[in-house]
Design a protein around this ligand. Structure first.
Ligand code: GLV
Length: 303
């Protein structure tokens, strides 16, 4: 048996570590600067794995196992060039992200966070007919951009549970979507007719700033915008401007263009609910992500 070294860049749930330990691998932890000589990297979306890092770790590196659904922090073409396998953890965080997406939509449409701030600021002086009115979801149009695992789950929850009518846009029409009463529309039509637009696409060259000033302008003034995918899919400055000028009604945002930095004007807006990239942060998802990231390594290294 070879003595493989697995380098783990963060404190991941013990369940994932146990799987690796059972294989007899040497486990090392720390920042990427210490990863030289590793046969496997278990990394996070906050670790940039570019050509330089791959060369630094060395030619023995066989697998980059990202504990994330996205792969945008890895220069995958550089991994391919070097014959390094790369892997991610899709599937196991679908429920967590879908539920958080729904939470953001409800939070913004029913002004939950604004209400909480209002109460804590001791502004609540009694029931009022017109206090913090929001909008109901029943019968409204939900526009899903990217009808993959997460997008389709968000659609199902909001259609079955809240009576929303679903339209979607994706690179391709999806047979399952049509069976689930989700109607395919062009991206432009989706923006024009949706009462809530939710993004579920990966960050790729083709999706960078997919939503900018022009796209936001196409949306209804009463519509909500939700993003739990990747920040750079949206032009954050343009989004802040649209919210500031009330050309859309509100936004629920979990991901930012330059994390952990956030466009300062976004922070001042009452009609934006902001969470710190926690859509997949359920105990269940994190354990499953760590286990899957470990299994991806075992699949490549073997015993
Ligand atoms: C979270 O954003 C992930 O990609 O897992």
């Amino acid at each position: 048996m070879k003595n493989y070294t697995v380098f783990i860049t963060s404190n991941i749930p013990q369940e994932g570590i146990n799987l690796l330990q059972r294989q007899g691998y040497i486990l090392k932890f720390g920042s990427l600067k210490k990863a030289k000589g590793a046969h496997a990297l278990l990394c996070l979306l906050t670790d940039t794995i570019d050509a330089k890092v791959m060369d630094f770790v060395g030619p023995q590196l066989k697998i980059i196992s990202n504990m994330a659904a996205g792969l945008d922090n890895i220069e995958v073409h550089e991994a391919v060039k070097r014959g390094i396998t790369f892997a991610n953890t899709p599937g196991v965080l679908t429920e967590a992200v879908a539920e958080h997406t729904v939470a953001l939509l409800l939070a913004v449409s029913r002004r939950v966070v604004e209400g909480d701030r209002f109460v804590r600021a001791k502004k609540y002086k009694g029931w009022q007919v017109d206090l913090l009115l929001g909008q109901e979801l029943q019968g409204k149009v939900l526009g899903i951009v990217g009808y993959g695992r997460i997008g389709s789950r968000v659609a199902a929850i909001l259609e079955k549970g809240f009576g929303m009518r679903v339209v979607y846009h994706d690179e391709h029409r999806n047979e399952i979507a049509e069976k689930n009463n989700a109607k395919y529309v062009s991206f432009r039509d989706l923006l024009r007719i949706s009462d809530a637009v939710s993004l579920h696409v990966p960050l790729l060259a083709g999706t960078l700033h997919l939503v900018g000033e022009k796209e936001l302008r196409m949306m209804k003034k009463t519509a909500y915008f939700i993003n739990t995918s990747r920040g750079a899919v949206v032009d954050e400055k343009a989004l802040a401007k649209a919210l500031e000028e009330n050309t859309i009604a509100g936004a629920g945002i979990d991901v930012f263009e330059h994390e952990p930095k956030i466009e300062p004007s976004l922070l001042k807006l009452q009609n934006a609910v902001l969470t710190p990239h926690i859509a997949s942060a359920s105990h269940e998802a994190r354990v499953a992500m760590a286990e899957l990231a470990a299994k991806n390594i075992i699949r490549v290294l073997g015993a």
